[in-house]
Design a protein around this ligand. Structure first.
Ligand code: GDP
Ligand code: MG
Length: 222
């Protein structure tokens, strides 16, 4: 465990993904600052925000990453996902197409680590699998807990893969919904995800969505 100032430290990287304009940036600003921006444009600048959450009397730093609008061009890079131990896959309940896209986002999330490991293995190092893993992790220079979870991604502990939550946002717009709660639930069941509907606008379930993911990660690593 990483000891600093006598206490344990936890830093969890969590990524927020999903189609453009589903409300990713507003979910994050609601979570981190309890703010909503009615005129939010494509996110520029900020890569992530860190929020401290208490779990089991311990301090957990949730480092939540937001895309900079590159999802519009389907150009989210593997660096965005690298080291993530949690993910919110967001759709807009009033736009069916954004719900249909969640499968693609899930594929991308599932593939990216394997892709980067293969690429680096072949192109850069070309050494034995295990040696490579060690190299990759020291390279990341993350906290021990993160490393343990990352190992899980490669199958060392298969129960410690990325904690994933399917999020149906804009539930305040129930009168124009195109995706039912049942549809959301059944996709989540099929894919083995948590499921929740949120509203970044009126704050419904936003803290809860992040907290469930954070608790799940914590349970896996503690
Ligand atoms: P992103 O592209 O996924 O980051 O989406 P944004 O957070 O920029 O939001 C896109 C648009 O949806 C903005 O006009 C927001 O004001 C609006 N929006 C985001 N969340 C909600 C919500 O929960 N309810 C409603 N009614 N509008 C929302
Ligand atoms: Mg955004």
């Amino acid at each position: 465990m990483a000891e600093e100032g006598g206490g344990e430290e936890y830093l969890f990287k969590i990524v927020v993904i999903g189609d453009s304009a589903v409300g990713k940036s507003n979910l994050l600003s609601r979570f981190a600052r309890d703010e909503f921006d009615h005129n939010s444009k494509a996110t520029i600048g900020v890569e992530f925000q860190t929020q401290v959450v208490q779990v089991d009397g311990k301090e957990v730093k949730a480092q939540v990453w937001d895309t900079a609008g590159q999802e519009r061009f389907r150009a989210v890079t593997s660096a965005y996902y690298r080291g993530a131990v949690g993910a919110l896959i967001v759709y807009d309940i009033t736009r069916k197409t954004t719900f249909e896209s969640t499968k693609r986002w899930l594929d991308e999330l599932n593939n990216v680590d394997l892709e980067s490991i293969t690429t680096r293995l072949v192109k850069r190092i070309g050494i034995a699998y295990n040696t490579y893993i060690v190299a990759l992790f020291s390279d990341l220079a993350c906290d021990f807990h993160i490393k343990r979870v990352k190992l899980g991604v490669y199958g060392a502990h298969c129960d410690t893969a990325v904690a994933r939550m399917l999020v149906g946002n804009k539930c305040d717009l129930d009168d124009i919904r195109e995706v039912s709660v049942e549809e959301g639930k059944s996709l989540a069941e099929e894919e083995g995800l948590f499921f929740i509907e949120t509203s970044a606008l009126d704050a419904t379930n936003v803290m809860k969505a992040f907290e469930i993911v954070i608790h799940e990660i914590y349970d896996k690593v503690s």
